[in-house]
Design a binder for this molecule. Structure first.
Ligand code: NAP
Length: 339
């Protein structure tokens, strides 16, 4: 049967998420008719290779979206705010990786394994959730479906690639500088990250929470369609190149069997259970890098509370936390004739 193909634009093609989007379109045999690569004016005229072809990067103009069916946007919130409505007015569906529209009640915020039904009434813009939130939701939702979660206490260990492609270069340069007894230069991240860590530097609110932490709270409530869930988080940037890690404590209204939790997570879509207690082998960022699934392990009873369980996870936040989730959303839209 002839498969319909779609004209796709990647807005932010030169970035960490943009380059992963390009790889995923090929890997997943996404039905691309034409691919348009858009980035900032400083990348205009450079080329990137896609499926054996060198594609020239263009700056964004209203005409960029003529004839485009799907925009995969990953150029930051201000760029999305500027261009998403224009792309929609030209007939495109925009799947946006930035935080620009995530809390807009008209915009679905979707993790396909959790709430694909939210796509049914989309109005052109679909928001991809925050990366840390997507990874946590994949591990928590299968348990929440069985017994509603009352409260989550999370601590995150977030890789530098979460701050973009140039932050990865900065970690490498700083590490080399320190090993050569030179002063590390911090230009992208606010403080030296080589051989260091610091609290996530997104803007702080009056309660003392940073925006990244509040994304985990507010986005999970919207994705689960469950405003009662209580969440507190501490987000930390660590000197890891790729893949975020999270320690998650989950409280229910009554005890939750560890055996059941492991059974549920061993079958959950997008999750891989990794536990070898004899070798103390549990999820690690290097094992999660480049993988589609979030790796979950060390599931155990919280000895301090009968209704709580503890787990640990690692997930490639450029992939499932951003690019893969966006491509999966596009695949659901196609499967359900929503585009
Ligand atoms: P990045 O590596 O810094 O890439 C940013 C991209 O945006 C580059 O292609 C850049 O083009 C482009 N851009 C910047 N200003 C632009 C403008 N005025 N017009 C058009 N394009 C412009 O960032 P990233 O990590 O890929 O993140 C991109 C978005 O995804 C952000 O909203 C981020 O919050 C979100 N996100 C990132 C991750 C992650 O793990 N990295 C995870 C989830 C969500 P030039 O190269 O020409 O400057």
């Amino acid at each position: 049967m002839h498969r319909k193909k779609y004209n796709v634009a990647i807005l932010g093609a030169t970035g960490a998420v943009g380059s992963e989007l390009m790889s995923l379109l090929i890997e997943r045999d996404f039905p691309v008719a034409d691919l348009k690569l858009l980035a900032s004016p400083k990348s205009t005229g450079k080329t990137l290779s896609f499926n054996g072809q060198d594609l020239v990067i263009a700056p964004v103009t209203p005409e960029s979206f003529n004839g485009i069916d799907i925009v995969l946007a990953s150029a930051g919130a201000s760029v999305s705010k500027e261009w998403a409505a224009i792309a929609v007015s030209k007939g495109a569906v925009v799947i946006d990786n930035s935080s620009a529209f995530r809390q807009d009640p008209k915009v679905p915020l979707v993790v396909p394994e959790v709430n694909p039904q939210a796509l049914d009434h989309h109005q052109g813009i679909i928001a991809n959730p925050n990366c840390t939130t997507i990874l946590m939701n994949l591990a928590v939702y299968p348990l929440h479906k069985m017994k509603p979660v009352k409260r989550i206490v999370a601590a995150t260990y977030q890789s530098v690639s979460g701050a973009g492609a140039r932050a990865m270069d900065e970690l490498i340069e700083q590490s080399q500088a320190i090993l050569n007894n030179q002063e590390p230069k911090a230009e992208i991240l606010p403080y030296p990250i080589g051989f260091n860590l610091f609290l996530h530097n997104s803007p702080m609110d009056d309660q003392g929470y940073c925006a990244e932490e509040m994304k985990m709270v507010n986005e999970t409530r919207k994705i689960f369609d469950y405003p009662d869930i209580q969440i507190t988080a501490t987000c930390v940037r660590v000197p890891v190149l790729r893949a975020h890690s999270e320690a998650i404590n989950i409280e229910f209204s009554e005890p939750f069997s560890i055996v059941t939790a492991k059974e549920l997570l061993s079958k959950a879509p997008g999750v891989e259970l990794i536990e070898d207690w004899s070798r103390q082998y549990f999820p690690m960022p290097i094992a999660a890098s480049g993988k589609d699934n979030v790796l979950v392990g060390r599931i155990r009873q919280d000895i301090s509370h009968p209704n709580c369980i503890e787990l640990w996870l690692c997930g490639d936040q450029i992939r499932k936390g951003a690019a893969l989730n966006a491509v999966q959303i596009a695949e659901v839209l196609i499967d359900r004739n929503l585009i």
